[in-house]
Design a protein around this ligand. Structure first.
Ligand code: KG4
Ligand code: ZN
Length: 359
């Protein structure tokens, strides 16, 4: 089964052809990072305009690299949410038009489920029940996946996503965008014990993540120590900035992996999946691998190309749904706050409990 995947939920326009849900025939990603860099974050209106410019050449390129004609595909999978509405609509509208013109089946894919499937290309098959820790610029969730397609959120962020915290701390230090890779490079030569930040725990006892307090603690530290960081050249950054980056990164990683390990001891998953943009981070990879060893389960990461947003993961997730007979109609729409959780959903109970949540 040959499936075209299309992804345009945030600031990457991507198309990929994937065979049988496991083999990448071609994968093209056009990143808008240069467009958004000078604003220090994604500007939604600019993002959707650039998706409009790029969607046709990116899809054409995916077919050209694969040496495949459009008529040869068996279906189209497109990210339907969550994400930025203007960005999502470009991919969804394009996919619907193409499916209609070719008479091919179409399926809408949840972007976060796409990240879960990003590990299928470079790892042995996932054993269930699995854990999926999805950490990106927009999401930080730990899912229990008892069987393919079933998701229960075990822990989620109460405020900022982990990648967002990396980006905001980098911005605070004048380090550029996206912040994750820059902080990671500086942290390599820093002492993670230099600054003591605490791992936040929730007052209500839930195993959730919170990163905004940490961001404030970093800001306070910078103010109180009058840390000097104003140099555009990474090589000239002071040891104090490197130590701060390492200390910050250490807390984020400890929080993510510590919670995952504690919950794994309760739920006994057979595989741990770690995916999303922050899964590029080597400190997170090392800590998650060590936790996997202690738990005696394999830890699967996507390759770096597939850690950040891409369309191969969307095609892989969509293939499973197409094989199950799922079809989207031409009324498929972008759903900016699409949920992945479909087991024991407790959103209403949490809302009633007036706990501040990013559901
Ligand atoms: O998955 P992704 O491409 O987009 C979203 O769906 O959000 O993730 C982008 C996020 C950004 O916040 C970026 O700073 C973070 O992933 N990131 C990293 C690293 N590489 C990317 N965070 C920490 N360390 C990295 N090496
Ligand atoms: Zn993503």
């Amino acid at each position: 089964m040959l499936v075209l995947g299309i992804e345009s939920s945030c600031d990457e326009t991507a198309a990929a052809l994937v065979r049988d849900g496991r083999e990448i025939v071609s994968s093209v990603i056009s990143s808008q990072v240069e467009t958004h860099r000078r604003f220090g974050g994604v500007v939604p209106e600019l993002a959707s305009r650039e998706h409009l410019d790029k969607i046709v050449p990116v899809v054409e390129e995916a077919f050209a690299r694969a040496g495949v004609r459009k008529k040869q595909i068996d279906g189209i999978a497109v990210t339907a949410g969550p994400g930025l509405v203007g960005s999502l609509l470009v991919g969804v509208s394009y996919a619907k038009a193409m499916a209609y013109a070719l008479g091919k089946p179409l399926v809408g894919v949840n972007h976060i489920e796409g990240h879960v499937y990003s590990v299928v290309f470079d790892n042995p098959p996932v054993q269930y029940p699995a854990f999926a820790l999805i950490v990106s610029g927009g999401h930080t969730n730990l899912f229990l996946v008892p069987e393919p397609g079933k998701y229960k959120v075990l822990a989620r962020t109460r405020d900022d996503a982990a990648g967002e915290a990396f980006d905001k701390v980098a911005k605070m230090l004048g380090l550029g965008y996206p912040g994750g890779p820059i902080i990671e490079r500086l942290a390599r030569e820093g002492d993670s014990r230099a600054v003591r930040f605490s791992v936040p725990r929730m007052g209500d006892g839930r195993p959730d993540f919170s990163f905004s307090g940490l961001k404030t603690a970093v800001a306070k530290y910078v103010r109180e120590t009058e840390l000097r960081f104003a140099t555009p050249d990474e090589a000239e950054m002071s040891q104090a900035v490197r130590d701060l980056a390492a200390s910050f990164q250490h807390v984020v990683v400890s929080s993510l992996v510590g919670t995952t390990e504690r919950l794994a001891e309760v739920h006994c998953p057979r595989t741990l999946i770690v995916a999303g943009g922050v899964a590029c981070n080597d400190a997170l990879r090392a800590a998650a691998s060590e936790a996997g060893q202690r738990l005696a389960i394999p830890v699967y990461f996507p390759s770096r190309h597939l850690s950040t947003d891409n369309a191969a993961m969307i095609a892989a997730a969509g293939t499973v749904r197409l094989q199950l007979g799922e079809r989207a109609g031409l009324d498929l729409n972008a759903d900016v706050s699409m949920r992945l959780q479909n087991l024991d959903v407790e959103d209403d109970a949490l809302r009633r409990g007036r706990i501040r949540y990013r559901l």
